[in-house]
Design a binder for this molecule. Structure first.
Ligand SMILES: C[S@@+](CC[C@H](N)C(=O)[O-])C[C@H]1O[C@@H](n2cnc3c(N)ncnc32)[C@H](O)[C@@H]1O
Length: 312
């Protein structure tokens, strides 16, 4: 079993390492460096010729990556979205040479644990939620001007929250008196606006997820990155994606299924499956955490790992 870093326990670590089918001299990209749990474990499996490029939007993740880069010349990091993967790869002349890519999407434990980042309804902090606080607008600023319809759509679509309209109305009514500036204000407001409680789930869970996804453009970035990831890999390269909720997993699953099928020709078109030019093949089924990991790390509960290999 590979050892984890203290701040963030990487999920499905052994499964991801196996899925990446690591070549010691290979070129790898960790598109979501976080605290480097996965990246460090990949580094352990590389020879002196192998390399990993880490990406993360988050300034603290970037700093952690810089300190790793200072110690290990096989590792480099850039602070950017994984949606810019193609550009980053082109700048390094890695186009068509990448042997494996990992996207472990969503938020990291430190982002949730540090109240000042504003991601958590369990800790009181400024209502920010930006993975890169120097880019885009904070949740508080967005909630201060967005229309009720916009807020409803976000909460319903990205939170799958059926009380989205009630919650949005409560937000708009509240902000007329005083602006929503803290995570606690929003969590309390959602709590009050929710007609009933789900067992073991804070009523604000879905709303916080929704606003975070919207503020960070998470689903669009994911869709863009999946195609770029396939494009930049070498034949035989492996793409591994860990997602944490059904919206993300649906995007990954559909994209992989469509790419593995190849050209979208009418049914009964007289050609074989091979002639449909699939760019990838699926490697196994969706992988979830085993009993031991579930017991050791509650974050692994909703993690789903999907793996594909580039074939063309
Ligand atoms: C679940 S954590 C990754 C943890 C990491 N695998 C580890 O073992 O430490 C997700 C990370 O992805 C980053 N992230 C999320 N969306 C991103 C994006 N579009 N581009 C770059 N980084 C992103 C977050 O800032 C966060 O640090």
């Amino acid at each position: 079993m590979t050892k984890a870093t203290p701040e963030h326990v990487p999920v499905l670590l052994d499964e991801t390492l196996t899925a990446l089918n690591i070549r010691p001299k290979g070129l790898y990209i960790d598109g979501t460096f976080g605290r480097g749990g996965h990246a460090r474990a990949i580094l352990e499996r590389l020879s002196s010729k192998g390399q990993i490029l880490g990406l993360d939007k988050d300034p603290e993740a970037f700093m952690e990556g810089q300190s790793l880069a200072a110690k290990d010349e096989r590792f480099t990091i850039e602070q950017c979205s994984f949606a810019t993967l193609s550009n980053v790869v082109q700048t390094r002349s890695w186009q068509g040479k990448v042997d494996g890519i990992l996207l472990d999407i969503g938020v990291s434990s430190p982002q949730l644990d540090i109240a000042e980042r504003g991601f958590s309804f369990r800790k009181d902090g400024p209502l920010d939620m930006r993975m890169n606080p120097d880019e885009g607008i904070s949740a508080a600023d967005w909630l201060a001007y967005a229309s009720m319809d916009e807020i409803t759509t976000v909460i319903k679509t990205f939170g799958e929250e059926r009380f989205g309209k009630r919650i949005a109305r409560a937000i708009v009514e509240t902000r007329e008196d005083s602006p929503l500036r803290t995570t606690k204000q929003l969590a309390d407001l959602v709590d009050k606006a929710s007609p009933f409680r789900e067992k073991n789930k804070h009523p604000a869970t879905r709303t916080f997820q929704a606003i975070r996804i919207y503020i960070n453009n998470e689903l669009d970035d994911l869709s863009v990155a999946l195609q770029q990831a396939i494009d930049v890999m070498a034949i035989g390269g492996r793409l591994t994606v860990i997602s944490f909720h059904s919206l993300e997993d649906r995007i990954v699953k559909r994209f992989f299924r469509d790419q593995a099928k190849g050209d979208n020709l009418p049914a009964h078109f007289p050609i074989t499956a091979d002639q449909l030019n699939p760019s990838i093949k699926l490697i196994g089924k969706a992988i979830k955490a085993g009993e031991q990991e579930l017991a050791d790390n509650p974050r692994s509960r909703s993690a789903v790992l999907r793996v594909v290999e580039k074939v063309k």
